[in-house]
Design a protein around this ligand. Structure first.
Ligand code: NOJ
Length: 531
């Protein structure tokens, strides 16, 4: 199956650059730090890395406020560091995906400065969404709230207002403006010419706005998924942008892939982003959002596979990222959360299509829920007046080694940008590497075994008599995955066959082969034996 494009079944490791590894001791992770850990990432057994934004940025939203799309912020390194990272990654067999942020720029971007200086009616202002206010200019042009809290409009000294769906430091671009479209064509080419293998598209569902900028209709919200008819999420016009971008990547005649971040309500809506002439893949948040129960997970899996197959796109699976509560904690936390996360990992990696691993999930890191107010940096915290604590708890720097902070994240004595819990000495990569029962060892084994089945067809199995809390499916004739999502012990499903050996289990099985609660098992003939 050598002709299957890599992105149809790739496992992609999300590198949240500021929290992976800090090479220079300023407390913030950087590209040389990532480079120094590429061997670890390759050794995990993944196919690619996705680097979150490392571009010049005032960091009002941790780099998703880009002030120069063609360079590296000095905090993270230099373009030469980036080139060296790509070269090393490629040598190690890892592809590199970079993050493109097209919905907005930083308010420090030269374009936005020019827009402020140019004044109302200027061509510079037309690249953004500036309008007069209501009630003689005193009130914002409409009632849209920002995703981060407060109004989505900010007034400038000459009286006009500009739209920012996120922080005020992230003014929205106007994608009906050809200058904007041409600029992003050129940005894509810049990184393609530097050798990247793909792009993650930030807020892919947000680029097109209802030109009338109407108030938010009753029943619509700004957070969460986009309902049909929303004035700024998931509008039809957005697809023309992605068709245009696909023509660019296709012109490179190498296997480049897009992954869209589109928070939409249903897999059917999501599938429209991955039609054959648009993006290659998109994150499947349906699965991430499903609670830990059999019917919900099965519904999410079925709906995703069905909707994506209808347009010929592969499914993708993701459990955590830098915007959501880490899944150990989402699944209940503590020992039970870890058990479920271990089982979820085997489910994630046995499903057909691509998968995402968010840095630290292979170490079983929980959400850090007790960060003190004064260290919180997510704009959500301030903009909601503290009502939402924000996303910092899933962004705490990784523990690599040693017994005390910074746990090898940075040089000894350095202070990570968010404090690491003292108890993370038990979760360091160094400690887990030598423990065959650790989360890290589980991911390593699973990622190796997965290679033998990644192109095999998916088919649900009858888990005979077992309750709806058991998910069981085949990948080809030689491999089955059984997940006991419930709490009680269940029998090994007869459909697995008595001859199939256990390849891997997320936690020990009973002596008679029964499967304890929150446990996943892979049965089958080891791939090498079948080859
Ligand atoms: C989605 C990114 O993942 C998130 O971190 C960011 O705050 C918003 N887009 C705005 O760019």
């Amino acid at each position: 199956m050598a002709d299957v494009p890599w992105w149809r079944r790739a496992v992609i490791y999300q590198v949240y650059v500021r929290s992976l590894a800090d090479s220079d001791g300023d407390g913030i992770g950087d590209l040389p730090g990532v480079r120094a850990h590429l061997a670890y990432i390759a050794d995990l057994g993944v196919d690619a890395v996705w680097l979150t934004p490392f571009y010049p940025s005032p960091q009002a939203d941790a780099g998703y406020d880009v002030s120069d799309h063609r360079d590296v912020d000095p905090t993270f390194g230099t373009l030469a560091d980036f080139d060296a990272l790509v070269a090393d990654a490629h040598r190690l067999g890892l592809r590199v995906i970079v993050d493109i942020v097209p919905n907005h720029t930083s308010s420090e971007h030269p374009w936005f400065r020019a827009a402020l200086a140019g004044g109302p009616g200027s061509a510079a202002r037309a690249r953004y969404i500036f309008r007069e206010g209501r009630d003689g200019g005193e009130r914002p042009p409409n009632d849209w709230p920002s995703v981060f809290g407060g109004s989505a409009w900010e007034r400038v000294p000459d009286g006009q207002w500009y739209l920012h769906l996120f922080a005020p430091e992230q003014p929205d671009l106007d994608w009906t403006n050809e200058e904007v479209r041409a600029e992003f064509d050129s940005i894509l080419r810049f990184w393609l010419d530097r050798g990247v293998d793909g792009f993650r598209i930030d807020v892919a569902h947000g680029l097109a706005k209802d030109p009338g900028l109407p108030d938010l209709p009753a029943g619509f919200s700004v957070a969460g998924a986009a309902a049909a008819g929303h004035p700024h999420w998931d509008r039809d016009d957005v697809h023309a942008v992605f068709r245009r971008w696909r023509r660019i990547t296709d012109s490179y005649r190498r296997d480049v892939a897009f992954v869209g971040e589109a928070w939409v309500e249903t897999p059917v809506q999501l599938a429209r982003y991955v039609r054959p002439d648009e993006l290659h893949t998109a994150f499947n948040f349906e699965f991430l959002l499903a609670p830990w129960d059999g019917p919900s997970l099965r519904r999410a899996i079925d709906a995703s596979i069905e909707a994506l197959a209808a347009v010929g796109a592969p499914a993708t699976w993701v459990l955590s990222n830098h915007d959501v509560v880490r899944h150990v904690t989402r699944y209940g936390g503590g020992e039970e959360g870890v058990r479920r996360a271990r089982a979820a990992a085997l489910l994630l990696l046995a499903l057909p299509g691509g998968a995402y691993v968010y840095q630290g999930e292979e170490l079983g890191l929980p959400q850090v829920t007790d960060l003190p107010d004064e260290v919180l940096q997510d704009p959500t915290f301030v903009r909601t007046g503290g009502a939402e604590r924000g996303r910092d708890g899933c962004r705490v720097p990784l523990p690599w080694s040693g017994d005390e902070p910074p746990f090898g994240f940075g040089p000894p004595g350095s202070t990570p940008w968010l404090p690491q819990p003292a108890g993370w000495d038990r979760l360091t990569a160094e400690r887990q590497a030598s423990d065959p029962d650790s989360m890290l060892s589980l991911y390593r084994r699973a990622l190796r075994l997965r290679r033998g089945v990644e192109d095999e067809p998916f088919e649900w199995m009858d888990a005979d008599g077992a309750d709806v809390g058991v998910l069981a499916f085949r990948r080809g004739p030689g491999f089955t995955c059984v997940v006991n999502v419930g709490d009680g012990m269940v029998d090994r499903p007869a459909a697995v066959g008595s001859a199939a050996p256990v390849l891997l289990a997320s936690d020990p099985l009973a002596d008679d082969g029964r499967i304890p609660g929150s446990t996943a098992v892979w049965y089958g003939v080891p791939p090498t034996a079948r080859a």
